[in-house]
Design a protein around this ligand. Structure first.
Ligand code: A2P
Length: 347
């Protein structure tokens, strides 16, 4: 009999939490028990799993007794407050928040890129930032062949990155604008419907927002290549749940677009989408609800002999968050890396 595991989803009522629930069901994760946790606001909510309603329980430090694995997507402060208790109770936490990502003792894992990093942990494994996961899938296969020296990225990020309420806000704003009313803003600082704005995360002294610095620092950690130069401009666009990214890569020597195409056509988690005759390339609408990162428009950078441009779209909730987390869980289970935590992190 294969072993099965007691799993808790922390943040089960959120956009990523609901996707985690759906993925555990469709990917047939070996479950002994499933516990759904959220804030006290969700007490009494029932969520369906395999046709059965499961009650959502308010999360606290006592919620993790008997739990092997916690899939956490309830924000950084909740993770900071509850992950150490989960680890102390013997669970391994796969955390979707940014709380622990840059901690030197915490592996930051994209299973297609650095699966080996998940082997050694102290009870917490971090799921990277969504734009970073998507970019890493499309660029690491090239980096393995010929080291990337510099990445210049521009992102077109969907509302889902700010959670389920943000997605609802964009829908309401769209309805209001179409009805001739002025759009209301609660989650986002400005109307997103029929608009876009630079990413609304806090800015640092150099004028970069947090989201942009996540792409810089997390990519370096995942690739284990601290020397890569990376710059990014992150923008929110009125798309519901798939992010897009325009990426310029610089190598030491020219990287032929045909070779890049050949490599990416075979890369795990990537789907090449290019019809040059029809001018058809990845679009968020085609990436939505799907697992792969769609990559296309691979072309020589006319401004640099060693430059390559590409374009990608990926479902932010799925590969950008929930799917990556479930794949980490599968990696741990398949390789017997889900060992009891040996120490509580000094976060
Ligand atoms: P709730 O629905 O009860 O507020 P999203 O990213 O889509 O906004 O979802 C955030 C998730 O995190 C939700 O499931 C939310 O639960 C949960 N959450 C927020 N704050 C807490 C908290 N203090 N403790 C546990 N879960 C929380």
């Amino acid at each position: 009999m294969p072993k099965s595991y007691s799993v808790a989803i922390l943040g089960a009522t959120g956009a990523v939490g609901r996707e985690l629930l759906a993925l555990l069901e469709t990917r047939n994760f070996p479950l002994a028990q499933l516990k759904l946790l959220a804030s006290p606001r969700s007490a009494g909510v029932m969520l369906p799993f395999k046709g059965e309603p499961i009650p959502v329980e308010p999360a606290d430090t006592q919620s993790f007794q008997g739990i092997d694995l916690v899939l956490a997507s309830a924000g950084g402060s909740t993770s900071k407050a509850l992950a150490p208790a989960a680890v102390a109770a013997g669970a391994v936490v796969i955390d979707n928040s940014s709380a622990f990502r840059m901690h030197p003792e915490v592996p930051l894992v994209v299973p297609e890129v650095n699966p080996h990093a998940a082997a050694i942990h102290q009870g917490i494994i971090a799921n990277p930032n969504c734009t970073t996961i998507l970019m890493s899938l499309a660029t690491y296969p090239l980096h393995r062949i010929q080291p990337i020296r510099r990445i210049v990225a521009a992102t077109y990020q969907s509302a889902s990155g700010a959670g389920a309420q943000a997605m609802e806000e964009v829908k309401l704003q769209t309805q209001d604008i179409l009805a001739g009313k002025s759009p209301q803003t609660e989650i986002f600082p400005y109307p997103l419907a029929f608009n876009l704005f630079p990413h609304n995360s806090p800015l640092n002294e150099f004028g970069y927002c947090e989201e942009e610095m996540k792409m810089v620092n997390e990519t370096r950690k995942i690739f284990d290549s601290p020397e890569i130069r990376i710059t990014a401009t992150c923008v929110r666009v009125p798309v519901l749940r798939a992010h897009s990214e325009a990426i310029n890569l610089e190598f030491d020597t020219p990287f032929s677009p045909d070779l890049a195409r050949e490599v990416l056509a075979q890369a795990p988690g990537v789907e090449l989408v290019e019809d040059w005759q029809a001018n058809y390339f990845p679009m968020p609408i085609d990436a939505t609800g799907r697992d792969p990162v769609l990559v296309g428009r691979i072309r020589q950078d006319l401004s640099h002999p060693c430059g390559l441009d590409l374009w990608l779209c990926g479902d932010q909730i799925r590969k950008g968050a929930a799917l990556n987390a479930v794949q980490i869980a599968e990696l741990l289970v398949e390789n017997h890396w889900l060992k009891p935590a040996i120490a509580t992190l000094n976060a």
